[in-house]
Ligand binder design. Structure first.
Ligand code: GCB
Length: 594
C-alpha cells in the first residue's frame, strides 16, 4: 500500500477534493431544441460499495495495456461489464437489486477535430443522487439531486480523438438531503435518463422564459432571456404564428426583458394551442413550442383563463416493473392515454421531478400538471444544507419546465410535520417559486389536525392551494371523521385532495375481501367520492395512484415489495374496479361542466 500513491485510507482523504456544490445551480438547463449527440448505449459499469474508486482514483487510471501497468488495478474502467444508459442498476441484475452506494460508468467520446470556436457540453438528464463527472482523468464537478438535468462544460478540456468520460453515481440516502432516508418509493440508482454531448457558439442563450403576463388582460407576452458570453448585439425573438419578430436588448449582465402586445389563442386542456417560438443571439439559435394561459386562484376557486376549474386528476410515480425509474416515450404516452380514459384533465407528478418529456407531451395533449420536489416527510428542516439542496432542485425544475403551459402548480412538499423550522423552510421555497415564476400556483400536501378534525396547517397561509393527503377508509379507519373534517374546516383558499386511496391486490395473490382486496379498495373509492363531492371548497383531486409501484418498505404477503394503491396493476394493463368507479365520477362531473 505504501507504494500506491493513489490510495486514500481515510474517508476525509478522498472526500475533500470533490466539490459538493451543484454544477448547474443557476447554470444551463434550458435546452431549447439544441441538436445533440446521444451518448446513450453501453457504458462499462461497476458497483463500488466501499468507494474504492474515489480512494484509488480509478478516474485517473487512463487506458494502459495490462503489461505496461506499474500497479495492480482493482478495477479496469476500460473493459469488462457494461450496462445500457439510461438504466438503473436495481433492474439490471438481481444481485444489484438493493445495492446502495457508488457505481462507476465509463465511456469513450470520440471527437474528430475539436472545434475551438465553439463550446462543448455534456448533459445528463438525471442521476440519482450524487454524480461526479470526470473527463480524461480530471474531476469536473458534481451534481446533487436525483431528478433534474445538469450540464458539464468541456470547453478547453477535450482533445481531438478519443476522450474518456467517467461518472461516479451514488444513491446513498442521507439524513441531510432531499429526500432523506425514508420514503415510500424505490431507491433506484444510476444514470437513468439520457446523456448527450452538444456544442454551442461561444456566446449562448442560457435561459429563456416566455409567458402571458397574468394581469387578467390576456394581452401581453413577457420574454426574459439570459445570455452567457459576450453578445454581438440584441437577441431576436420570433413567434411567426403571432406575427412577432422583436429585438430584446441585453444589459451588462447579459439579461433582457421585453413586453410584447399580443392576443394569442389561449392554451387549455380543450384547446392545447402551442406556438413555435425561436430565439437567436449571434450564431446561437434555440426554439420551443409554447402555450399561453392564465391560472389563478380567487377565494376558494381555481381559474383557468378566467373560468372556474375542477382538477380531475390522478397521481403518478415514475416507476416500471421492468425498467424501474427509466421512462420512454411509449410509457409516457400510455400514462396519458390511461389518464384520458379515466376522464382526467390533470395529473400530479409525484414526488420528484419527472422526465422532461412528460410536460412537453402534456402541453401537446392538453393535461394540467402538478410538479413537485421530494421535500418528503420529516427531512432535516433546520439544516441550511438541506434547504440549499431543496431550493436547488426546485430552481432546476422551474427553469426546466417554466415554458410548459401544462404545468400549473409547483408543489414544495409532502406531509411534513408542522414545526417552526419546516414553516420557515417551506415558506422560503414557496417564495422561490414566485420569484422565479409569477405564472403558477404553489401548493404542498398539508396536514389535518386529528385532535380537532380540521384542516390546520400554518403553511396553508403561504401557498395558493391546500393539498391534502387523506386516507379515510385505509390508514384512518373511522370514515365519519372525513365528513367531520369537511364540516369543521373553513379554508380561505382551494383545497385539492392530493392523495387518497387504498391497496387492492388483484389476481390469485389478492384476498377476496377485507383489507388489500380489490372490493375493499373499490368501497373506499365509493365512500370517498360520496363524502368529498359535498365539499364546495374542494377544487380537485388526484387519488393515489395510477399504477402499482415498487417499494422496499412494503413486504407483507400481499404487497411483496409493491405499493398496491394503483388503479391499474404494475403490468400497466389490468384495471381494478376502483378505476371504473373514479372514471364514472369524472365523467359525471365533466358532463355537468364542473
Ligand atoms: C402517502 C404518501 C405516498 C405514499 C402513500 C401510501 O401519504 O404521500 O408517498 O405512497 O401515502 O401509499 O401510503
Amino acid at each position: 500500500l505504501a507504494d500506491n500513491a493513489l490510495q486514500a485510507l481515510h474517508d476525509e482523504d478522498y472526500d475533500v477534493p470533490f466539490n459538493t456544490q451543484s454544477l448547474c445551480h443557476d447554470g444551463l438547463i434550458f435546452m431549447g431544441g439544441r441538436a445533440s449527440e446521444s451518448l446513450d448505449g453501453d457504458w462499462t459499469f461497476c458497483v463500488d460499495l466501499l468507494d474504492t474508486g474515489l480512494r484509488q482514483k480509478w478516474f485517473a487510471m487512463l487506458p494502459e495495456a495490462p503489461e505496461n501497468r506499474t500497479e495492480p488495478w482493482d478495477y479496469d474502467p476500460y473493459m469488462g461489464e457494461t450496462v445500457p444508459v439510461p438504466s438503473n442498476w436495481a433492474t439490471m441484475k438481481e444481485k444489484w437489486y438493493f445495492f446502495e452506494g457508488s457505481a462507476w460508468y465509463t465511456r469513450a467520446l470520440d471527437i474528430e477535430t475539436v472545434d475551438s470556436s465553439k463550446r462543448q457540453f455534456l448533459r445528463f438528464g438525471a442521476a440519482s443522487y450524487d454524480c461526479k463527472i470526470f473527463l480524461n482523468g480530471e474531476f469536473l464537478g458534481n451534481h446533487y439531486g436525483a431528478s433534474t438535468p445538469f450540464c458539464v462544460e468541456l470547453t478547453g478540456k477535450l482533445k481531438t480523438g478519443r476522450n474518456w468520460i467517467m461518472a461516479c453515481v451514488n444513491n446513498t440516502r442521507t439524513r441531510d438531503r432531499v429526500p432523506m432516508r425514508n420514503t415510500d418509493w424505490f431507491n433506484y440508482g444510476g444514470l437513468y435518463r439520457e446523456v448527450s454531448f452538444f456544442e454551442t457558439p461561444k456566446t449562448l442563450i442560457k435561459d429563456f422564459f416566455l409567458y402571458l403576463v397574468p394581469d387578467g388582460t390576456y394581452s401581453t407576452l413577457r420574454a426574459e432571456v439570459t445570455v452567457d458570453g459576450v453578445p454581438a448585439g440584441a437577441v431576436t425573438l420570433s413567434i411567426p404564428g403571432l406575427g412577432i419578430e422583436k429585438d430584446i436588448v441585453l444589459d451588462a449582465d447579459g439579461k433582457g426583458t421585453l413586453d410584447i402586445s399580443a392576443r394569442p389563442q389561449l392554451w387549455s386542456p380543450e384547446t392545447p394551442v402551442l406556438y413555435d417560438v425561436s430565439v437567436s443571439c449571434g450564431d446561437d439559435h434555440v426554439c420551443d413550442r409554447i402555450g399561453f394561459r392564465q391560472i389563478e386562484r380567487r377565494g376558494t376557486d381555481i381559474l383557468l383563463n378566467g373560468a372556474p376549474l375542477f382538477l380531475r386528476g390522478i397521481s403518478v410515480h415514475e416507476d416500471d416493473a421492468i425498467l424501474g425509474k427509466v421512462t420512454n416515450e411509449d410509457d409516457l404516452r400510455r400514462r396519458f392515454a390511461h389518464a384520458r380514459e379515466l376522464g382526467c384533465n390533470y395529473l400530479r407528478l409525484a414526488h420528484y421531478p419527472h422526465h422532461e418529456r412528460a410536460a412537453q407531451i402534456a402541453d401537446e395533449l392538453g393535461f394540467l400538471l402538478w410538479e413537485e420536489i421530494p421535500v418528503y416527510w420529516a427531512i432535516d428542516f433546520a439544516n441550511p444544507a438541506t434547504y440549499r439542496d431543496a431550493e436547488n432542485q426546485l430552481s432546476e425544475l422551474i427553469k426546466r419546465d417554466r415554458n410548459r403551459a401544462s404545468v400549473v402548480i409547483w408543489s414544495v412538499g409532502n406531509e411534513n410535520p408542522d414545526t417552526d423550522a419546516r414553516l420557515t423552510f417551506m415558506k422560503g421555497l414557496a417564495e422561490t417559486c414566485k420569484r422565479l415564476d409569477p405564472t403558477r400556483l404553489t401548493s404542498a400536501a398539508c396536514l389535518v389536525n386529528h385532535a380537532r378534525n380540521r384542516i390546520e396547517d400554518r403553511l396553508a397561509a403561504h401557498i395558493d392551494i391546500i393539498g391534502l393527503n387523506e386516507y379515510y377508509g385505509w390508514y384512518e379507519e373511522n370514515f365519519d371523521d372525513l365528513a367531520a373534517i369537511g364540516e369543521n374546516s373553513d379554508p380561505d383558499r382551494p383545497v385539492v385532495i392530493s392523495e387518497t386511496g387504498a391497496d387492492g391486490v388483484i389476481g390469485e395473490k389478492g384476498p377476496k375481501s377485507g383489507l388489500f382486496s380489490e372490493d375493499y379498495m373499490a368501497e373506499v373509492y365509493i365512500r370517498q367520492i360520496a363524502t368529498l363531492r359535498e365539499l364546495g371548497y374542494i377544487k380537485g383531486m388526484s387519488p393515489w395512484i395510477l399504477y402499482d409501484f415498487r417499494v422496499e418498505r412494503r413486504q407483507n404477503i400481499f404487497q411483496n415489495g409493491y405499493n398496491h394503491k394503483g388503479l391499474i396493476a404494475a403490468d400497466k394493463k389490468t384495471k381494478k374496479k376502483a378505476f371504473h368507479i373514479l372514471a364514472d365520477y369524472y365523467r359525471e362531473i365533466a358532463a355537468a361542466g364542473e
